[in-house]
Write a protein that binds this ligand. Structure first.
Ligand SMILES: [Zn+2]
Length: 63
């Protein structure tokens, strides 16, 4: 497996670990930037999302 893939996986793992911490602490599902609930559409695309559709950079753009 190329190193680039491994780096991406490690970064992803960090995001998921952060989501699990928020889940334990009761902050999961709430945008870290504005405090509003993160929508189902965002979680459908990224279950580890920590920003709502309005706050996530490039959320409305493909890619
Ligand atoms: Zn937000």
């Amino acid at each position: 497996m190329p190193d680039a893939d491994l780096t991406a996986i490690e970064q992803r793992l960090g995001e998921i670990e952060g989501a699990l911490e928020r889940l334990e602490q009761g902050g999961y599902g709430t945008c870290r930037a504005c405090g509003q609930p993160i929508g189902d559409a965002v979680f459908a695309a990224d279950p580890a999302a920590e920003l709502c559709g309005s706050c996530a950079p490039g959320a409305t753009e493909a890619g």
